[in-house]
Design a binder for this molecule. Sequence first.
Ligand code: G3H
Ligand code: 13P
Ligand code: ZN
Length: 286
Amino acid sequence: MITSVKEILIKAKEGGYAVGAFNTVNLEITQAIVEAAKKMHSPVIIQVSENTLEYAGGRGIFNLIKNYAEFYAKEIPIGIHLDHGHSFEIIQRVANNGFTSVMYDGSRKKFDDNLEITKKVVDFCHDKGIDVQGELGNVPYLSENKMGEVDWDKYMTDPEQAKYFVETTGIDALAVAIGNAHDFFKERETPDWERLDKIRSLVTVPIVMHGASDWEGKAVEAVKHGVSCFNIDTNTRLAFVNTLSSLFRSDDDPGFDVRKILGQAREAVKESVIKKIELFGSADKA
Ligand code: G3H
Ligand code: 13P
Ligand code: ZN
């Protein structure tokens, strides 16, 4: 059942667990996420990036997720979300495609510009019943840094600024930087739990943790410190690609039945999503 992302996140916050927001790019990954959530009786968020909008078409990928979720998974709450929208124009575009939840990511802009554009996005979106996630501080990418050479202080979310940002913009969820990083990239040795506690005490909206693919042990602790949503992309991609890679490297000929080949990759993604759902504590919360 398609459900508002805001509702899914508020329930998670109140229930003391976190939900996974998993990126998809195609039918097989979408099926894997939905089937994993169904098996675990868990709410889930399925999200797409700007690059995926280009790859699959905004209307195409939105309707693929929506149709699959509505037809095959009436029993579990599924939110559909735009991940890392970088401009007001892209938000307008996906609003036309039917999205009811977006992230506007102004985290690499100056604070005042991030504040101003996020507010403009919120005014536009709330008018249409669309939820908005904003980001303050920023979550690094592997491509921007050499392993181990990160000046974490440059990235961190400032708690007082976060309070002002949330109250002024009216966003529905806040993505934070406390030592988390995108990709399988060396994260800060210990996440800044104190900072997260402070943010949580000052900010009322649900907190989102990007770059969570490699947060195995830390995820449980992060939930205790108030994280309500974890973003996962790298882990899913690797499950998919590694399966294909070992199929084609194996001595057994994989044949050319695309369904058998992609079906195995889909199964591997499903298993990887199930493990994350167990870790985040959202099983049986549907
Ligand atoms: O956090 C970003 C996501 O992993 C999206 O990556 O732009 O390559 O789809 P992408
Ligand atoms: P990972 O690269 O850790 O999977 O993070 C994904 C993400 O934050 C998507 O927004
Ligand atoms: Zn992200």
